[in-house]
Design a protein around this ligand. Sequence first.
Ligand code: HEC
Ligand code: HEC
Ligand code: HEC
Ligand code: HEC
Length: 382
Amino acid sequence: MFPKWFDKWNDDNPTNIFGPAIAVGALGGAIFVAAMIVAWGQPYATAAQQTGPRGTGMHVQEFVSDLEAGDPTVIDYYTDEPFVPEEGEELAGDIYENVQVLGDLTDANFNRLMGAITQWVAPEEGCTYCHAGAADGNYADDDLYTKVVARNMLLMTRNINVNWDAHVNANYEVGVTCYTCHRGQPVPNNVWFRVGQVNSNAEGWPAIQNRATMTSNFTSLPSDYLEHYLLEAEDGGYNQIAVHDLESRVQQQPGDPLIQQTERTYAFMNYFSNSLGVNCVFCHNSRAFYDGAQNTPQWGTASLGIIMVQEMISEYLLPLEDVYPENRLGPVFGDAPLAACRTCHQGYQQPMQGLNVIANWPELNVIDGPPDYSAWEEAASE
Ligand code: HEC
Ligand code: HEC
Ligand code: HEC
Ligand code: HEC
């Protein structure tokens, strides 16, 4: 089939053509795949949210398939519309013996809320999780610690929705209910305790770092950043979350934050990013972390979040330390379990992926006095 001279040359020069053929085939295949990706886009589609000015690369990117899979606890959210109170209807404070927070609710809405907190916090255990005497119709006793804790949680949730509206309704009407943290279980995910030293072989600074722990997000950074920044310091203020201010760094002035504070700050920032499932440019322009003028609006929401968490802890969660049984207290210091960003956000930019959880629960969106049912009154009169 080939010319004679070729057959002769071929016989004189035997060559293994498989090696080169495979090489050419593999290279060709790679070029083909690359060309297809350029032409059709990569098969795992991504969605990007722009956070900063155009051209600065400030965006948060996620796989569309991850976004679609979503937060599995959202679908189990229990909610129910309120009963519009009628003129002169008797209130829970008059009907029951020991109602200290929810006294301004009508009986129907009081029981509706009791049913909901059972679904949100203790669906398996039921009413008896907070009312030991439920079987005998005794709901008034405060003999279970869970009921005492729950009453404080009611106050805390109301305070978050009313006074920290600028955080929990920053973009949409979203709000917070018990389910935002609890997700159908008595002990929420991502609660935390003081850890103190994690490296018993070392003294001083190294004793709080260089050990892969859950809290350090498995880095060598310090593990004690939550307690350092979110609990009140000895002087009654809060420790500054900062790496440097450029001037003092240059001049070595006293008061210049130590390199060690840099490590803590970065550990805390890792926690922020993991809590929300975002990267640093969601809040910062990464060329100048220190420069407030280049931060994104989300940075402002986060700053408010820090102060909100500090208040939640000092006013509502720490005071419960004497109420919890021993098995609920921290392993090292015997301290009360605390919440922070991750307890609500659970890996999502907006907790519950932006589901409006507060919509049907004006009872949790008021500090004092009767809840505002006007939205349902209008619907009822139409
Ligand atoms: C997660 C804890 C929790 C669960 C679960 C719970 N409750 Fe309550 N319950 C409370 C708290 C806290 C109060 C007091 C509210 C206050 O002080 O304003 C209360 C008060 C009551 C009262 C008023 C008792 C009185 O005389 O003072 C009744 C009635 C009641 N609950 C019924 C129920 C029913 C029925 C269920 C189950 C569907 C239930 N509760 C589930 C925490 C709970
Ligand atoms: C009590 C629950 C709760 C806690 C604790 C909490 N957040 Fe939030 N956060 C929310 C809710 C709810 C929203 C959604 C607000 C909206 O989209 O309207 C939100 C929104 C945000 C946003 C804006 C997201 C966006 O899309 O613009 C940022 C940033 C944020 N939180 C950061 C933090 C940080 C940082 C912490 C810890 C210091 C924190 N949050 C603690 C409930 C919480
Ligand atoms: C900001 C997050 C957050 C919100 C919102 C929240 N809780 Fe909690 N709750 C916690 C934390 C943290 C604990 C401590 C967990 C533990 O007991 O180990 C806790 C503990 C409890 C406990 C004790 C559980 C146990 O077995 O020890 C009860 C009961 C409870 N919460 C009820 C409620 C109710 C009812 C609401 C809504 C009115 C609510 N919580 C809202 C964070 C929250
Ligand atoms: C959800 C928003 C958010 C995310 C995500 C975030 N930060 Fe921050 N960051 C803040 C806020 C708010 C402050 C200021 C805290 C304060 O001063 O109270 C801050 C402060 C800092 C500082 C200190 C700046 C100074 O003045 O010294 C550094 C450095 C920093 N962040 C780095 C990072 C890095 C690195 C990442 C990614 C791993 C990151 N941040 C992710 C919100 C965020």
